[in-house]
Ligand binder design. Structure first.
Ligand SMILES: *Cc1c(COP(=O)(O)O)cnc(C)c1O
Length: 224
């Protein structure tokens, strides 16, 4: 019967699941931001979720986002738009202009480009550093051992405020191990927020301290 549910119904179900996961560990659900990941879905699929009152959305690609979000943001000006996918430095200006939060800061070249663009556009974007917790060669993210040096560069040389850490666990691993590891890295390095957990594992992430969970298919349905 889930086929008859709308994205708005599924959003409500996810919010309820978050609320229950929080209750089980005596956590305030207000501390968890649900990012509805709308990549590959068009404005017609996204608009009902905005009309239902949700305001936090995530996308993977700058160019795809430029084709739908300027108009949607005009209709719903208090929307908070999160960039979750890898960022190229030649897209930094566009990313700073359109996004409110970037979760994928993972190398000096990008950190420098973002610092420069935020100054040029006089716009402050909230930043997360992506950590490659599984040290997978094909995956984006700073290696856990390089995190300290990278954060120092961001903070001291570039004067960037890094709000949090983000990870995408390896598909074949127990996600909980990576969430706990990311939490420890954040504590060790004085970082407060944690972007972790997707459709398959957001409740686990909430129990391990996620402040931002990124849920796509559980809200919008399977991507084509
Ligand atoms: C696509 C994506 C998500 C959402 O994935 P679902 O499994 O559909 O919830 C979350 N985070 C990132 C970085 C993604 O690319």
């Amino acid at each position: 019967m889930t086929g008859d549910m709308t994205a708005t119904d599924r959003l409500k179900a996810v919010l309820r699941d978050i609320s229950e996961a929080c209750k089980a560990i005596d956590r305030d659900p207000a501390g968890v931001t649900l990012i509805a990941v709308s990549k590959t879905f068009g404005s017609d699929a996204i608009r009902p979720v905005l009309q239902a009152g949700h305001r936090q959305f995530g996308e993977n690609r700058v160019q795809e986002s430029q084709s739908k979000w300027p108009e949607l943001k005009q209709e719903f000006p208090d929307t908070v738009l999160h960039l979750l996918g890898p960022l190229q430095s030649n897209k930094a200006a566009d990313a700073v202009a359109l996004f409110d939060v970037i979760h994928s800061v993972d190398r000096p070249k990008i950190a420098r480009a973002l610092a420069k663009e935020m100054a040029a556009q006089n716009r402050s974007v909230k930043l997360f550093v992506q950590v490659n917790t599984g040290e997978e060669p094909q995956k984006a993210g700073v290696g856990p051992k390089q995190l300290g040096d990278f954060l120092s560069l961001c903070r001291e040389e570039l004067n960037l405020n890094i709000a949090g850490l983000m990870c995408i666990p390896p598909v074949d691993d127990e996600a909980a191990l990576h969430f706990a590891f990311l939490h420890k890295l954040a504590d060790d390095h004085g970082v407060k927020e944690l972007s972790m957990g997707m459709s398959a594992d957001f409740e686990t992430a909430v129990q391990l301290g996620a402040t931002h969970i990124r849920v796509g298919s559980a809200i919008f349905g399977a991507r084509g």
